[in-house]
Every structure is written in C-alpha cells, then in structure tokens.
Design a protein around this ligand. Structure first.
Ligand code: FAD
Length: 361
C-alpha cells in the first residue's frame, strides 16, 4: 500500500486525524491492531457533552446513535470543603454520554470505513525511513505500507515516538484501580467524584444495572494499600460518603484492573515526517473526564499541521509548542483542583500534590 499519511492506531485520535486529513484531500491509511486481539475487559468511559460537536464536525456523529450509549446529566462530587454539583442542563452541547469504549471505537472505525477510509486490521511491527518515505511493516499480513507521513496514534504506548527516540516525560505515576459490576439499584445518571485520604474515586452507571468505579492513586500507594484485592477495594468504596451509599450492594465482576492513568507527554511529539496525536503525544489524568474530546481535538489539529507542514520546520515547532502548552495547562488546573482538598495534609498522595513529596517515584 502506498499513501500520503499512514496513521498507526485507530482510537478517537487516529480516526479524527484520518477523517480530517481525508476531508482536506490527503490519501490516508489507518492501521489498528485492536480487532486482532481479544475483547479486553469491558471499560466504560463518560464522555463530555462536547464530544457530539466534535464527532459531527468529523462526519462521525452516528457513533452516538447506539442503544447501548447512555446519557450522563452532570457531575456530582465531594472534594475539599464544598460539594460539587454541575448539571449539563445548561450546557450548550446538551448531555454527556457513557460508552463502552471497545464498542464505541469499533463504531468509529466502521463509520470511518463508510466515509471511504481504508482501515487495515493489523499490528505495526517495524518502521524504517528511506529518503522521504516511511516503510511500515505489518505483523499479520506480513505486508508493508509506504507513506510520506506517519502518525503515532497508538495511545499511551506511543509506539512510533518511542521507536524514533522520543522519551515519555511522566509528571506522576497515577493508576486507576477500576472495577465494573452489577448495581443493586439504579444510580443517578451523573459522574460521581470523591476525594479520599489515599487519592480519589470516580464512578458512573452505564445503564440501570451496571456501573464502573475506580480508585485513582499513585502506583506505589495502590500496591501498598492492596487495593486490587476485591475485598479491600470494596471496603474502601464502602468507606466513601458519596459513592459508597450510592453504590451500596455493588457486585464486582471480578478482580479490579490496575490501569496507568498519569500525566505524561513525549519530549518530542513530532519530527521530520512524523507526529504523535492524542494520548501518544500528551496523556492526562482522568480528573477532567475529557480524554476522548481532547483526542478528537488533537486529531483535528494534527490534520491542519499535516496539510501545512511539508518541508516546514516552523509548523512542526508550533505543534510541539502547542502540545507542551496543553500539558502545562492541564497540570496547572489539576494542581489547583488538588489544592482545594485540605483534609489530609499528612497523606502521601496529598502531600506529593502540595509539593512536599516526590510525584515521580
Ligand atoms: C483509567 C482511565 C479512565 C479514563 N476515563 C475517561 C473518561 O471517562 N472519559 C474520557 O473522555 N476519557 C477517559 N480516559 C482517557 C481516554 O481513554 C484517552 O484519553 C483516549 O482513549 C485517548 O485516545 P487515543 O486515540 O489517543 O488513544 P487510544 O484510545 O489508546 O487508542 C490507541 C489505539 O492504537 C492501537 N495500537 C496501539 N499500538 C498499535 C500498533 N503497534 N499497531 C496498530 N495499532 C496499535 C490500540 O489498539 C488502540 O486502538 C480515561 C483513561 C484512563 C486510563
């Protein structure tokens, strides 16, 4: 296969880059391995209301027209001295959504294919450059894709960037200890957030019978606390004052999963003939709950860079700066939000965020 732009990874960032680049007239190929692997454990995510507008701009709005996509009407939280109550009632974008990410991503790819995008279901295994063209070796079909540009949309793996010598800069070592399961009774259609001594929890219902809940903390504290044990996880949840009562009787599907979710960016998000988008370039903690919207935005921005960058170093330099700025802005907001929680100055989690402990251990 010979193309202008080869995009490795077809999550929201890869699909957005592909659709926006195709709309700008480029020949694009998407390569994604997720359909070659077994369906992972079901992980649901709450999508901010703004997702609909982004998907509409890309011609992908139908991804939300699915009987399994639930509505989310706001955010409710207990953090610091004040409770948080944010309704989407007056949000110009309307409600938010709760989606099964595996299913949502599969729908995005199907819709992208219908728009005329070739999606190769395969794993990128090798990457070489000769002259001004890349050769991407595929795993399963043992073929190659030749392209002028390669886009790293592989999520936190940052497979392309790391191969090309870029290094991930971690700001912390956050993990989410995520449990999914059955509800004993219906919960309000909101995302719940609650600070605890060891970090914070989030939870939301996917429908009337299922929910996702996660304890977010530093990796070393998660290990030391033994939070992956279902008994410990359940008892920590039961001790919370907002989530615990709302999720009373919650029945875990199995062991909670430990998923890295810290703030990290590539020191070099682009270079001659390549750039990284979405989580591959800049990944945030899930506090703002806007990873998918950011991934779509990042893909839309990348498409404009790709259209303008041929032979222009300044365009890539600006993109690099834009990634650095996005990361710094999120860190500043996250730090300010953490400062609103004064209750446990002696706990390692909060002390690290107050600047009296090492965030990256
Ligand atoms: C615990 C946790 C909870 C979160 N909760 C939310 C939430 O509630 N709401 C929200 O908006 N965001 C949430 N996020 C963030 C959100 O998941 C990410 O920001 C978003 O998925 C980033 O999209 P992406 O397209 O950059 O990467 P991804 O979605 O990670 O997609 C990367 C794709 O690349 C493919 N790939 C990787 N390597 C290769 C290879 N070598 N060859 C071919 N394909 C490859 C993968 O299979 C995958 O399909 C959460 C994140 C975490 C960790």
């Amino acid at each position: 296969v010979n193309t202008d732009i080869a995009i490795i990874g077809a999550g929201p960032a890869g699909v957005a880059t592909a659709c926006a680049s195709m709309a700008a007239g480029a020949a694009v190929v998407l390569i994604d391995d997720s359909s070659t692997t077994r369906r992972p454990v079901r992980l649901d995510e709450a999508l901010a209301p703004a997702v609909r507008r982004r998907l509409t701009a890309l011609g992908l709005e139908a991804a939300l027209d699915d009987r399994e996509v639930a509505r989310s009407t706001g955010v409710r939280g207990r953090w610091g001295t004040a409770d948080i109550e944010r309704s989407f009632l007056f949000d110009p974008n309307g409600d938010g959504f709760v989606v099964d990410r595996w299913r949502f991503d599969r729908r995005l790819r199907t819709l992208a294919t219908r728009l005329g995008l070739p999606v190769l279901v395969d794993t990128a295994r090798g990457l070489t450059r000769s002259g001004d063209r890349w050769q991407i070796e595929l795993g399963r079909q043992a073929g190659t894709v030749a392209a002028r540009w390669v886009v790293d949309a592989t999520g936190r793996a940052a497979w392309v960037g790391r191969r090309l010598g870029a290094r991930p800069c971690h700001d912390d070592r956050l993990v989410a200890v995520v449990g999914t399961g059955r509800l004993a009774r219906r919960v309000a259609r909101v995302t719940m957030v609650e600070a605890i001594e060891a970090g914070w929890w989030y939870a939301f219902g996917s429908d009337d019978s299922r929910a996702t809940a996660a304890l977010v903390t530093d990796a070393d504290l998660a290990r030391a606390g033994g939070y992956r044990s279902p008994a410990v996880w359940r008892s920590e949840l039961a001790r919370t004052s907002l989530l615990g009562p709302a999720l009373a009787g919650f029945e875990l599907d199995g062991m909670p999963s430990v998923v890295p979710c810290g703030n990290v960016r590539l020191d070099q998000p682009c270079g001659p003939g390549w750039l990284a988008v979405g989580d591959a370039a800049v990944a945030h903690d899930p506090l703002a709950g806007s990873g998918v919207v950011r991934a779509l935005d990042s893909g839309i921005e990348a498409a404009t860079v790709l259209a303008a960058a041929a032979g222009r170093r300044d365009v890539l330099d600006r993109y690099h700066e834009s990634c650095r700025e996005r990361f710094a802005t999120h860190l500043a907001r996250s730090a300010a939000f953490h400062r609103r929680e004064p209750r446990w100055p002696g706990s390692p989690y909060w002390a690290r965020r107050a600047g009296t402990g090492q965030l990256v251990t």
